[in-house]
Ligand binder design. Structure first.
Ligand code: SAH
Ligand code: MG
Length: 195
């Protein structure tokens, strides 16, 4: 049953430090998909397939294309998608998303991969967004770090990453083609609609 698989995936994620969406985050996403009758989804960052399977389970005519570059996670996702019997509706691509070129159109693009690359993912795939489409980005709060002064963060790498997340927030706020709402759900979500 799907519930059992979902529970096992949550356990696997916990044991193997796979940063899958929090319960609040995935619930929001699923409600959004249902409410807006979203059918075609692109996900950047599959991990083990948890959010792809959850999104797909909202309705039987939803299709998901999802991209993962890590081999171990890709293989795990492949197994899970088969177990969920969703291999006909989830197109799993094993590649670096920055090297993927798609022609299809999507109603929703969900960005949940390397934080520092968010802007690149956004600019790369916005051409694939349908007219009334939405781009949702996860990890906008970076565990609360975006609310700290950059100078107070001691690690140089971490500081760099926090700066990137802050810059991405500003990029969204100043983007004239999109209207973005930020929500304190899970690790912070940005919902950007074409305007
Ligand atoms: N959406 C998943 C969690 C994704 S975790 C869920 O909620 O179930 C982020 C994943 O993005 C990681 O597995 C990481 O390997 C992958 N990733 C990071 N940068 C990527 C890139 N450039 N291309 C493809 N996958 C990437
Ligand atoms: Mg995330």
């Amino acid at each position: 049953m799907l519930d059992d698989l979902i529970n096992r995936m949550r356990e696997y994620a916990l044991e193997n430090n796979v940063p899958i969406m929090t319960e609040g985050g995935i619930n929001y996403l699923m409600k959004y998909i249902k409410k807006n009758k979203i059918k075609r989804i692109l996900e950047v960052g599959t991990a083990i397939g948890y959010s792809a399977i959850m999104m797909c389970s909202v309705d039987s005519d939803i299709v998901v294309t999802t991209i993962e570059r890590d081999e171990k996670r890709y293989l795990e996702a492949l197994k899970n998608i088969k177990k969920a019997k969703m291999e006909d509706r989830i197109n799993l691509i094993y590649k670096d998303a920055l090297e993927v070129n798609l022609d299809e159109e999507f109603d929703l693009i969900f960005i949940d991969a390397a934080k520092a690359q968010n802007r690149n993912f956004f600019e790369m795939f916005e051409k694939n967004l349908a007219k009334d489409g939405t781009i949702i980005t996860d990890n906008m709060n970076f565990h609360g770090l975006v609310y700290k002064d950059l100078e107070s963060i001691e690690s140089r790498n971490l500081r760099q990453l926090v700066r990137k997340v802050k810059e991405y927030r500003e990029f969204l706020e100043n983007n004239k083609n999109f209207t973005t709402e930020f929500y304190d759900i899970g690790d912070g979500i940005a919902v950007s609609k074409k305007s």
